[in-house]
Design a protein around this ligand. Structure first.
Ligand SMILES: C[S@@+](CC[C@H](N)C(=O)[O-])C[C@H]1O[C@@H](n2cnc3c(N)ncnc32)[C@H](O)[C@@H]1O
Length: 248
């Protein structure tokens, strides 16, 4: 917990410029073009409202951007996801995009150490008529996952799992999630290109947060690239999202 609040203090002390990880594209203008042409004109009203409220939050730079929410929403519909999980909710941008993609009897088990931020988005989630699909659990994700594995009844039951939390634990999450996702199901890991720092030369200037977690992201990327239990696809959407499809 201490490490997380330390990170949030560090984030607060950084300007948006120093921690700009909204797009990996070659120009801001190109990213703006995508948002204005393909995302904002068809953004559902609840997602727009939540995005605008989240923009006022002092840690707005950690929220899932609108183009990534749009991507997740379409992906979930394509795979007909019904039983899903999210680790790392913040104000709920990706959570709402997920909830809006699921059928009426779909489920999202959502976890975050901080309920306060989730409650910022909750009235919008309720107004959108999708709150009944969400079970929010406040707390560290790891013990919740361990408990689920120990219970035994959740093995291989999830169609889709989105991980957008503490980067230092991605490898540990993966070992548990590979058990919980069904064969043929997907796990999406966010921030796997970590502002592009994963391919930067060792002496490249980078802000403190990027530097601090870069090695965890590199280690994770390396480990899953040779994991025979999954197929992977690394996408330069948002800050990089790696899709893992469980094959055995
Ligand atoms: C990048 S934000 C999530 C953004 C969110 N997916 C969205 O759509 O805006 C990361 C979140 O992970 C949460 N978090 C960090 N470490 C965690 C842990 N060990 N267990 C559960 N949640 C954690 C933080 O409180 C924070 O809200």
């Amino acid at each position: 917990m201490e490490a997380i609040s330390e990170t949030k203090t560090e984030l607060t002390n950084l300007s948006g410029q120093e921690f700009s990880r909204r797009s990996l594209l070659q120009s801001d203008a190109l990213y703006q073009y995508i948002l204005e042409t393909g995302v904002y004109p068809r953004e559902p009203e609840p997602l727009k409202e939540l995005r605008e409220i989240t923009e006022k939050h002092k840690w707005n730079m950690i929220a899932t951007p609108a183009d990534e929410s749009q991507f997740l929403n379409m992906l979930l519909k394509l795979v007909n996801a019904k039983n899903t999980m999210e680790i790392g909710v913040f104000t709920g941008c990706s959570l709402l995009a997920t909830a809006m993609a699921l059928p009426d009897d779909g489920k999202i088990l959502a976890m975050d150490i901080n309920r306060e931020d989730y409650e910022i988005g909750l009235p919008i989630i309720e107004k959108a008529g999708v709150a009944h699909k969400i079970e929010f659990r406040e707390g560290l994700a790891m013990p919740i996952l361990d408990q689920m594995i120990a219970n035994g009844k959740d093995h291989g039951t999830f169609d889709f799992i989105f991980v957008d939390a503490d980067k230092e634990n991605y490898i540990n999450y993966h070992e548990r999630l590979i058990d919980l996702v069904k064969v043929g199901g997907l796990i999406g890991y966010d921030n796997t290109l970590w502002s592009g720092s994963v391919a930067a030369p060792p002496d490249a200037p980078m802000n403190y947060i990027i530097k601090k977690y870069k090695d965890f992201v590199l280690e994770f990327n390396k480990a899953i690239s040779v994991d025979p239990r999954i197929e992977i696809c690394m996408l330069p959407v948002g800050d990089g999202i790696t899709l893992c499809r469980r094959v055995i």
